[in-house]
Design a binder for this molecule. Structure first.
Ligand code: GDP
Ligand code: ZN
Length: 318
């Protein structure tokens, strides 16, 4: 047996050269670490180190320096597909347990088609999504619940919160505990306020704020993990909007709407786009009121967008 000191940790930040790893089983020791040369040379995105990776660390024989000797298998990832690249995928965060999509009940007015787009990005990455509707005191909880009933019906867990009136914060706090969460949503909806209300003193930044910080650097999408007091992590990412929908085949879009899934085997054609085809179970469910027309409209809009993207890519021979 080797007597080289060895630890397990999670990568909190870093871009290339030096990474910051938080050591498991300590009171939060953070070490600057580098990738061991041999690991570094392994080709392919899978073996590249990413924020959120669980790693094995070893102390250099000379002492003082710690290197990553092993990247443990990822259970999930938020990836940005980059159309111009051959192996066009850039992993933004690894081991994400859930995506929290935050909107305000008012001020700014919620843009539901944008919410649908964010949900599809989460579903496209096979990530569990929760919706948070903040500022509910502005419209009252019953109005907020009615407005987002389509999402509860689709199977999403919707949290209704108010930082101002301290509503729904305990339930949201419980949902974040022990998990790695990505927070996303338009600016001004109260993401920072929510985190600061639940974790006073942490002074977290989220979403678009870090994007502006990153602008001067060469990284296109950089992420940062904030350890929470109750064993969870919040990923400070540039947000789902920047991750985008690139590369999602239009034929996979229907499965990104959870309330469509039970109908997908009922269409006459296996490759039904659920728009003009006869005997389409999805269109029938819309007519019968089982699928919300607005959600279906989002599907149609995103479908044409993805079809157009695919067509352009084929024209350009990629
Ligand atoms: P972020 O851009 O999503 O991080 O949003 P911020 O946390 O910066 O909040 C934007 C604005 O909304 C600030 O002026 C907050 O004080 C305000 N705000 C946050 N939560 C609530 C809330 O529950 N009710 C109301 N009325 N305003 C809120
Ligand atoms: Zn169909």
């Amino acid at each position: 047996m080797s007597d080289v000191p060895c630890e397990r940790g999670i990568i909190l930040s870093g871009t290339g050269g030096v990474w910051q790893a938080r050591v498991e089983g300590t009171a939060g020791t953070i070490r600057d670490v580098t990738l061991r040369g041999r690991l570094k040379q392994t080709r392919g995105d899978v073996r590249k180190l990413t924020v959120g990776d669980w790693v094995v660390l070893e102390e250099d024989v000379r002492g003082g320096m710690w290197t990553v000797t092993e990247i443990q298998p990822r259970v999930s990832q938020l990836a940005r597909r980059e159309p111009g690249r051959k192996h066009g995928e850039r992993i933004v965060v690894a081991n994400v347990d859930q995506v929290l999509i935050v909107f305000a009940a008012a001020n700014p007015e919620p843009h539901l088609r944008m919410l649908d787009r964010f949900l599809v990005i989460a579903e496209g990455n096979k990530l569990h999504a929760r919706i948070v509707i903040n500022k509910i005191e502005l419209v009252g909880e019953p109005v907020a619940r009615a407005r987002f009933a389509d999402y509860t019906a689709a199977g999403y867990h919707v949290h209704f919160t108010s930082v101002l009136h301290r509503l729904g914060l305990t339930e949201l706090h419980d949902a974040l505990a022990g998990r790695m969460s990505v927070l996303s949503g338009p600016s001004g909806v109260g993401k920072s306020s929510l985190l600061n209300a639940m974790y006073p003193g942490l002074n977290l930044r989220v979403g678009e704020i870090s994007l502006s910080v990153n602008k001067g650097r060469h990284t296109t999408v950089g992420a940062l993990l904030h350890p929470l007091p109750d064993a969870g992590y919040v990923a400070d990412t540039p947000g789902l909007r920047e991750v985008g929908l690139w590369g999602l085949p239009p034929a996979h879009l229907d499965a990104c709407f959870p309330e469509f899934r039970r109908y997908l085997n009922g269409c006459r054609f296996g490759d039904c786009s659920h728009q003009r085809e006869p005997e389409c179970a999805v269109s029938a469910a819309v007519s019968a009121g089982a699928i919300a027309p607005e959600r279906y409209q989002s599907y149609v809009k995103l479908h044409s967008e993805l079809t157009e993207t695919e067509r352009l890519r084929e024209t350009h021979g990629r």
